[in-house]
Design a protein. Sequence first.
Length: 412
Amino acid sequence: MSRSKVFAGWWVVAGAFLCMLTGYAVAYSFAAFFGVLESEFGARRGETALVFSIAAFLYFQFGLPAGLIADHTGPRPMVIGGLILVAAGLVVAARASSLWQIYVGYGLGVGVGVGFSYVPSIAAVQRWFVRRRGAASGLAVAGIGVGTLVGAPLAHELIAIIGWRQAYLVLAGLTVVGAIVAGALVRPGPERYGLFPDGDPPRPGGGSAVPTGYSLGGAARTGPFWVIYVGAFLMSFGLFVPFVHLAPYARDIGLGEGFGVLLIVLLGLGSTVGRFLFASVTGWIGRRRSFAMMYVGAAVMLVVWSLSTSAPALVVFALLFGAFYGGFVAIAPSLAADYFGAGALGSIIGALYSGVGFGALLGSPAAGYAFDFFGSYTGAILVGAVLCLVSFLITLMMPEPREWLARHQQPR
């Protein structure tokens, strides 16, 4: 390949960015639908929050089988098929006559669809880069932040103009377009094309570009795997609560539903900035320490939210919590690649994210039911903060990837 051309890995980054923008714009648009679904079906907050939680649980659980399949077939079929499932789920939701049909359409369709597309796309990026892995991952997962930024306000405007059912259909059409374009851009690792990660020239005397590293079974028998798994699992109890409950929280304290949607936009803005900002920090203090910072930052911000009753305080919370969330999502795949290599990275990332699914399933409904029972979100928010601090402490105890690999030379 001529050195004057753009390295093909950056097109993979663009495809992964668009894949995540499309899927997560739909996923995080739920905040705009929360109020109308609650009114339409006469549901309690815990019941309404369960719609998003089912989707979040499934997209983290399906990351493992999606990663396993993509490790053998390549990412393209998974990206296209997953996003088409998202669109199909939205069509089902648009025709719902009861809340359980929203559970099936939005919860199942978006959950399985995002799960099938997300892990293969982000794992594909890791294979194309080593030296620039952090920057490439940050760019790719910025799609989640941009999706959060545009999904809720777009849905809010569509609901106001054409109603929630037609809004779901418009989002379905946009998702199909995203599936086609993202699928055209993502591709298997550079070894399939005789290339090397980062666009490096062939090594003197030859050498293989085929990725090496731990198998899923080998990774699952290591300490770092379980530290990352448990840390992400504990954090996830509080991680998704703002994406579901921040808009109704704003409405409850008299700031209005429109301001609540604005807060979701600010979460997306903070998330987008955080992915770039904290991805660059990893070069100074290392990915493990940077990852630990995301946990403690999220904990502090949850405490801030529990004390916030004014618009400026909630704006600060949304921006900074979004930034730490974005950094967490940006650093996690690269940290896994640092420990376990790229050979079976799709299935490894999928397995690690499965723990997040359980926290996502339980956290938001628990916060909703806590509000239904106590009339306040405070206790649920503070429990989430404490769990983030536990994740911070166990991550600090984990060895650095380079030190750990020096004691574990042979992939298994």
